[in-house]
Structure formats: structure tokens, C-alpha cells
Design a protein around this ligand. Structure first.
Ligand SMILES: [Zn+2]
Length: 127
């Protein structure tokens, strides 16, 4: 099995037939491409970065790019690569991702504070 990343990918579309596009190095590929996809809706996606706890999926994020989409509304993806975040349902740029990461850091601190408080309550130190 080759590990080389193809420089281009050819995909069947419902409105433009077969089209060949540059394939970003980070794209997972298009093994499950639907030939009924419209040209403007072709999307490159990377591997998901996943946060789970026990059986719950808390958050996923991955690089995305819709190279043929019209320059879109902010937060809805488009020809500029971004990071799609679920369950937020938006595609973020670098500054927004750093903001999200900072908020997750702060939330983790709040969870540790709650764990500390619960430990004190269970130990009879705090009622
Ligand atoms: Zn791709």
C-alpha cells in the first residue's frame, strides 16, 4: 500500500461530471464520495480530533476546505481552509480556535475546582 499523497483527486459531480482538483496534504481522501455531490459542495476534510469521556462524544474538530464554494458567510466554511468544530457547527479560523482552546483550559480548571470542593465535602471538611 502506497503512503504517498496524491497531488490531485478526480471526483464525479452531479453538475460538472468528473472534475480534478488539487488534493491538500492534510485531506483524508474521498473514498466515500457521493457522485451526486454538486461541484460547489466538494469538501476536503482531515482526520477528526476527538474528545470523548466514557461513551459520550463531547467534541470533534477537523480541518476542512470547500475549494469551489463561493466565499461564504463567516462561520460556514468556504474556499479558505478552516477547522470545523462539532457540536458548535461552525468553521473557525486560528484566532477563534485559540479562543476556544483558552476557554476549554479555563473550563478544565473549573472542573478541578469542583473536584477539590467535592473531595472536601466527602471528607467532611465542607458542608
Ligand atoms: Zn480532499
Amino acid at each position: 500500500m502506497s503512503t504517498e499523497h496524491p497531488p490531485t483527486v478526480t471526483l464525479t459531480t452531479s453538475d460538472h461530471g468528473d472534475v480534478t482538483l488539487p488534493e491538500p496534504s492534510w485531506c483524508l481522501g474521498h473514498a466515500i464520495h457521493d457522485p451526486e455531490t454538486q461541484y460547489a459542495n466538494i469538501i476536503h476534510s482531515s482526520t477528526d480530533t476527538v474528545l470523548t469521556f466514557r461513551r459520550a462524544l463531547l467534541m470533534t474538530a477537523c480541518l476542512v476546505q470547500s475549494p469551489n464554494a463561493a466565499p461564504g458567510t463567516e462561520g460556514l466554511g468556504g474556499p479558505t481552509p478552516g477547522v470545523s468544530v462539532y457540536p458548535l457547527g461552525e468553521t473557525l479560523g486560528p484566532d477563534q480556535l485559540y479562543d476556544l482552546a483558552g476557554r476549554l483550559d479555563a473550563y478544565a480548571d473549573q472542573l478541578r475546582d469542583l473536584a477539590d470542593q467535592l473531595t472536601r465535602i466527602l471528607g467532611g471538611e465542607d458542608r
